[in-house]
Design a binder for this molecule. Structure first.
Ligand SMILES: [Zn+2]
Length: 222
């Protein structure tokens, strides 16, 4: 089963609830790790490194409570550092996620990421989008294809209809293989970091250098 490691503050309950609902619609397990729990002892650091290595991707969920926690920033950095090391070894994606409202107040920086999502929690569309991101790490369709093949062997004597059933199963498995939302690639004009962005509005902050970026809109003055 695929799993995604999710760093977050225990106090950002609404954000965690939103993401939990997005996970619930998928076959991907969310491994939620509270920044506050991480502070409880050095023994947790090793377990966290193991959890990150065992995960298919890393989400760093940033809410207003992250900004308030004195030591959290260091741990956010540590976690993304571990995941960055893993990313180099295993091509693992790091997603930084924050809401458009929190974005205004956040200044936490994350040195390594592949995707930046600035969502609007008030818009249900984003719930589906987060689900799509999570589903893209679902590797269970590979298992389904294998078991459909095994079933074909078992029903060979039962006629063409059964084979058709297996064939359709394979076809559906191929169709439902999830696609990862690509966002659009940018290079930050301030720090030259490159990553993909997924935005609710044509403005964001660079999570690497904390610069505020505004994109020109078609009706906006140049
Ligand atoms: Zn930047």
């Amino acid at each position: 089963m695929a799993q995604i490691f999710v760093s977050h503050s225990a106090k950002d309950r609404d954000l965690v609830a939103l993401l939990s609902r997005a996970f619930a619609a998928t076959k991907v397990k969310g491994v939620f790790e509270e920044f506050e729990a991480i502070l409880n002892g050095p023994a947790n650091a090793l377990r966290i490194a193991q959890d990150v290595r065992a995960s298919n991707a890393v989400f760093v969920l940033l809410g207003k409570n992250v900004e308030d926690l004195k030591h959290t920033r260091d741990w956010v950095g540590y976690e993304s550092g571990v995941s960055a090391a893993c990313a180099l070894q295993t091509n693992k994606d790091v997603w930084v996620m924050e809401s458009i409202a929190d974005m205004e107040k956040l200044s936490v920086v994350i040195p390594h990421l592949r995707h930046y999502v600035c969502f609007n929690p008030a818009n249900d569309w984003w719930q589906g989008y987060l689900t799509q991101i999570i589903s893209s790490y679902d590797n269970s369709h590979v298992l389904r294809t294998v078991s459909a093949g095994a079933a074909t062997g078992g029903v060979l004597g039962e006629g063409v209809g059964a084979l058709w059933g297996a064939g359709v199963g394979l076809f559906l498995a191929a169709l439902t293989a999830p696609t990862k939302p690509a966002g659009f690639p940018i290079n930050c004009p301030q720090c030259a970091s490159s990553y993909s962005v997924h935005l609710a509005e044509p403005r964001m902050r660079c999570p690497v250098c904390n610069s505020r970026l505004v994109f020109p809109t078609p009706d906006g003055a140049a």
